[in-house]
Design a protein around this ligand. Sequence first.
Ligand code: S3P
Length: 181
Amino acid sequence: MHPSFNIVLVGFMGSGKTTIGRALAGQLKRDFVDMDIELEARAGKPIPRIFTEDGEPVFRRMERDLAVELSRRSNLVIAAGGGIVLNPDNIRDFSATGHVICLQASPDEILRRVAASTQRPLLEQGDKGKRIRKLLNVRQPLYNAIPCQVETTGKNIADVVADVMDKIPNSKQTENSKEEK
Ligand code: S3P
């Protein structure tokens, strides 16, 4: 991998993108961008309010515009939102300038991780476990289509970060690239 390539984490809600992305960025001494946090800052309101006040299509448009913008930058670790795979253009653009890695987790593990959260509007409509399974029915093929996969179920943060590093070609070189410059 070219040392300046972005590293883009995708995966379902609760798959660990933010937690792993932040740890990875620290280890690689790269800037970290969490797309959801960035979109909330730009909209001036939390994601649940973007969904209720503006609607999901507006959120997807903002997400798409940010994906285009970030894919033109370099040297970032990016945690995408869970719905980034819904628009294949996002994956195409991220793949052109970055290494896209999909984090996977079982539905039970996802439910455990998101159980206490009220910040995910797509999981707030009825029983969370049922919503997770319903969304996964549609989306699992899209996540599975990403060539680079890391399983996170039952693993701690350090183990997942190590597994992600193993998937990044020349990650040692990438890790040292800042000092070499
Ligand atoms: C979404 C996932 C969320 C956030 C929004 C929609 C999705 O991000 O972008 O609530 O469609 O899966 P996380 O995966 O970071 O929770």
